[in-house]
Design a protein around this ligand. Structure first.
Ligand code: PAF
Length: 276
């Protein structure tokens, strides 16, 4: 595996690579969710490039940028073992040199749900991913379904800006109790990890109700809320939306996205399900 830290070197290497390139952008502290994207990318491309960059521009001033978990050595070993061809590992100054002043904003769908709760978050994500797409020029880019809104924003961005890149979505990988794998799970205490499985259970409950014929989103949200309130979790939001427009739906239909954010202590967890 080649480890590249500068944009100049990455571009030079990209110029020598022929055949399809699968790209997985990450912020490191890798888990099985990332590795399953790598596995999928390996099957579907001739080369696999992974980036690790904890992007300061997608964290709010009171968020966890400085304490976001990092372990470059472990990540490098995992990616080598997984058969990744290139690891792009730039510094913050490399991506945002002094005077950097250009941003990518995906209007509307970036302003609801996570975007409403975390102002500026998707501006940071869209900007860094645009830069990474320009540097790496992949054919396929892999994102996890766990960040459902990020997937919607990425799809809209590549469509609107005509990136010749396919956005491929990997399934959410879960702990045995249903808790979605996330680098931030490391913040949870043992008892919080157990309790946090309620996010998944509430989504399963919603699915069950939907399959039994319930279509009223207020009633479904009420049931989910009731279940979550049996734990110490504090609900930030539960939303039931169209997965493309992210507009709230009163009546649930097929392929509706249910997503939620819940705090356990100071840790904010998100999860979602698409009703099929
Ligand atoms: O999902 C993430 O880890 C980040 O938002 C991403 C896509 C790597 C951009 O920094």
């Amino acid at each position: 595996m080649q480890i590249i830290t500068t944009i100049r070197e990455m571009r030079k290497l990209r110029g020598t690579m022929s055949g399809s390139i699968g790209f997985i952008p990450t912020m490191g502290y890798l888990h099985e969710g990332h590795l399953s994207l790598v596995e999928q990318a390996k099957k579907e491309n001739e080369h696999v490039v992974v980036s690790i960059f904890v992007n300061p521009k997608q964290f709010g001033p009171n968020e966890d940028f400085s304490r976001y978990p990092r372990d470059e050595q472990r990540d490098t070993e995992l990616l080598k073992k997984a058969g990744v061809d290139v690891l792009f590992l730039p510094t913050v100054d490399e991506i945002y040199p002094e005077g950097f002043d250009t941003y990518v904003i995906v209007e509307n769908i970036s302003q609801v749900l996570e975007g409403e709760k975390r102002p500026g978050h998707f501006k940071g994500v869209a900007t860094v991913v645009t830069k990474l797409f320009n540097i790496i020029q992949p054919d396929n880019a892999y994102f996890g379904q766990k960040d459902a809104q990020q997937v919607s924003v990425m799809k809209k961005m590549v469509t609107d800006l005509q990136f010749p890149i396919k956005i491929v979505v990997g399934i959410t990988i879960r702990e045995p109790n249903g808790l979605a794998k996330s680098s931030r799970n490391v913040y949870l205490t043992e008892s919080e990890q157990k309790e946090a499985a309620v996010l998944f259970r509430s989504l399963q409950l919603a699915l069950e109700k939907f399959q039994k014929g319930e279509k009223d989103s207020i009633k479904i949200k009420k049931e989910m809320k009731k279940l979550i309130q049996t734990t110490s979790g504090s609900i930030d939001y539960i939303s039931i939306v169209d997965p493309e427009t992210l507009k709230e739906l009163d009546i649930i239909k097929k392929d509706t996205l249910i997503s939620l954010a819940v705090y356990f202590g100071k840790t904010r967890l998100i999860d979602n399900i698409i009703l099929h």
